[in-house]
Design a protein around this ligand. Sequence first.
Ligand SMILES: Nc1ncnc2c1ncn2[C@@H]1O[C@H](COP(=O)(O)OP(=O)(O)OP(=O)(O)O)[C@@H](O)[C@H]1O
Ligand SMILES: Nc1ncnc2c1ncn2[C@@H]1O[C@H](COP(=O)(O)OP(=O)(O)OP(=O)(O)O)[C@@H](O)[C@H]1O
Ligand SMILES: [Mg+2]
Ligand SMILES: [Mg+2]
Lengths: 226, 226
Amino acid sequence: VLELRRVVRQYEGTPPVRAVDNVDLRIATGELVAIVGPSGSGKSTLLNLIGTLDRPTSGRLFVDGVDTSELSDSALAGLRSARIGFVFQQFHLLSGMTAVENVAAGLLYRGISRTERRKRSTEVLKRVGLGHRLSHLPNKLSGGERQRVAIARALVGDPAIVLADEPTGNLDSKTSNEIVELMHRLHADGSTIVVITHDKELAANLPRQISIRDGKLESDSTNRTP
Amino acid sequence: VLELRRVVRQYEGTPPVRAVDNVDLRIATGELVAIVGPSGSGKSTLLNLIGTLDRPTSGRLFVDGVDTSELSDSALAGLRSARIGFVFQQFHLLSGMTAVENVAAGLLYRGISRTERRKRSTEVLKRVGLGHRLSHLPNKLSGGERQRVAIARALVGDPAIVLADEPTGNLDSKTSNEIVELMHRLHADGSTIVVITHDKELAANLPRQISIRDGKLESDSTNRTP
Ligand SMILES: Nc1ncnc2c1ncn2[C@@H]1O[C@H](COP(=O)(O)OP(=O)(O)OP(=O)(O)O)[C@@H](O)[C@H]1O
Ligand SMILES: Nc1ncnc2c1ncn2[C@@H]1O[C@H](COP(=O)(O)OP(=O)(O)OP(=O)(O)O)[C@@H](O)[C@H]1O
Ligand SMILES: [Mg+2]
Ligand SMILES: [Mg+2]
C-alpha cells in the first residue's frame, strides 16, 4: 500500500543535508512496522514523505498504487485526509482550540454533523485517558496530555494508514502501554501502522522493524516469534 | 539547597486543578534525583516551582535558604540565571536563532565576551553530538537535535542546579546514555541535579527517586547499592 523507490530527500545548505538517501521500501496493507534509528538519522523525514506531507527530491512514492508525483497538492491533500492519520513528533495542536475541538478538526469535510464530530472526539479522548481534560486548551495540558490529544486527533477518523512519530516519548510506561495496546487493536481491525520509536521494547514487540542510519535503510527484519 | 514546605499550585477553572497538592520536599546540595510519575501527575508543575519559573498558590519555596516569596520577580530572575539551568519538556528554543546562538543566549549578562560565549556554546554543542548542526535554525533540526540544543543551553553556564524535564524523551538509547553520562559527570563535579523522566532504567540508576501521583508525593526512596 506504501512504496518508496530510490527516494531521496535533500535539504539545501552549506553543506546540503541528505536526510533520506536512496531508500527503497515496501509496506503492505495491514502491516505493523517500527522505524528505529539514532536521533537525526532521517526517521521523521522518511515518515513525512510516506505520509505525503513532503515530496521527495528524487525517486517515487506510491500510495495505494498511485504515483504521488502525478498528483497535485490538493489531490494529495484529499488522499491524505481520507486515508492517513498522522501523529507528529511535536504534536502541532491548534493553540486556540480545546482538546476536543482539536480532535474534532480531524473530522471536518466528511459530511459528519458537528454533534457527531463532538461525540466521536470525546470517545477517542476518553480512550487515551483524557476524559477529564476535554475543554482544556493545549497550554493548560501536560506534555504527555498534548501528545495524547495529537494521537486522538490522528485516530478519530479511523484512518486506513496510521503514521505515528514517537507517540510515547512523553508518556510513563503504563500510559505508553495503553497507547501501544490501542495500536495493536487498530492493527487487528485492519489498519496499516508505521511507528517511529526510540523505545526498544515497543519496537521489539512489533512484527517488523526497519532501522535507519544516516538517511539509509540499515536493516529490515521480521519477527519470527508468533 | 531546595526546600518546599506545604507547597500547593492550583489552576483556576471548572473544576480547579490542583496540580501540586501540599508537597513537602528537601533536596540537599549535590544530590542527583529522579522525579517519576504518570502523565499529568504534576511533575513539570513541581519542577517549574522548584526552578522559580512559577510561584506557589500557597506554601513556601526556599532556594539556598532564601524564602522566594520575599523576592521580587526581577530578584528571582537574577537568582535563577545565576544558579539554575532548566531543560524544558517542550524545549522553548528561539526560532530565529541558530543552535549555537540559542545556546549562547544562556550566557548573556555575565560579562563574557561574544567570542567566548560562542566558543563555550560550540563546545557544549559538540559534547551533545551537535558539532555538525551549529548553524541550523530549530526548524531545520530533528526533534532529538532540538532537545539536545535545549540541554546544551541549560548547561553552558555551568549552573549549580540543573533541572531537566524529560531530557531524553526524543533520543535513541545510545544518545540518551551519552546525556545521562554527562549528567553523572556534572554531578560528580558538584552540581545538584533533578531530572523528570519516564525512563525507568534512567531513574533506577540515580541515587534517589521521588514519585508523584495526582499532585502528591507518593514515595521518596534512596538507592542503597553503592
Ligand atoms: N494552566 C493550566 N490550567 C489548568 N490545568 C493545567 C494547567 N497546566 C497544567 N494543568 C494540568 O495539571 C496537571 C499536571 O500538569 P504537569 O504538566 O505538571 O504534568 P506532568 O506530570 O508533567 O505530565 P507529563 O508526564 O504528561 O509531562 C495536568 O493534568 C494538566 O492537565
Ligand atoms: N529543513 C532542514 N534543513 C536542513 N537539515 C534538516 C532540515 N530538517 C531536518 N534536517 C536534518 O535532517 C536530519 C534528519 O532529520 P529527521 O527529523 O528526519 O531525524 P530523526 O531521525 O527524526 O531524528 P530524531 O530521532 O531526533 O527525531 C537531521 O540531522 C536534521 O538536522
Ligand atoms: Mg524525529
Ligand atoms: Mg511534564
